[in-house]
Design a protein around this ligand. Sequence first.
Ligand code: 13P
Length: 248
Amino acid sequence: MKKIFAANWKLQKTPAESANFADQFLAQVGQLSADIFSHKEVFIFPQNFSLDILTQKFSSSKVQVGPQTIHFEKSGAFTGENSAELSQKMGATLVLLGHSERRQYFHETNSNISKKIILCQGLGLLPVLCIGETLAERENNQTEHVCFQQLTDALTGVDTQKRIVIAYEPVWAIGTGKVATVEQVAEIHSKIDAKMKSLGFKDFQILYGGSVKPENAPQLIALPYVDGFLIGGASLEVASFLKICQCL
Ligand code: 13P
């Protein structure tokens, strides 16, 4: 199975900066002796202003691009929201959903996320669903309970026969430099794998996110049930992102 390296740029990069990243990334990938796309997938979730330029830049490469969220209605009067359908028409093939920052600051609920996943599936967009516990929840031994609840609720009504990607991101490890230990990642990823199978999913991958850097990526990617990474800060520079993409 191909490992996935996904970049979440949050509110960073103008379209010109995104275009520059794409040019540099493709040039550097082109200079590598091996074709990284033969056994890896690369996803980029830019700020929406850069979606168009990136889908154009990557149109003849295997890098896939998508928005960081969408609205759950296909179309209509929803000022300020992102349209999944328009994203797809612009060349997006993926959507990031349920990121903890959206849950925390924008009242994203599992029930809304489930509607968004169903819309993505209908359009043929690959949903990348984020789950993960807060520090307080981990300290209260609720990690498994919280992750399972997020999976069960956000995946209600979702077609189990279609591919989906899960990104486990412990909230306390995002942007903090605190990476979960290999034991913590191994334990929860194996539980998420079992839970996804018990819900009936067959075609899914589980990413780890939270302070992934070139230095810690090799240890984490070697763990069972770690199918790739969702990377914030370290995905903003071509050199560090490419180094993570080459961690195995
Ligand atoms: P960092 O890699 O900066 O911790 O961000 C993780 C993240 O939120 C990716 O979605």
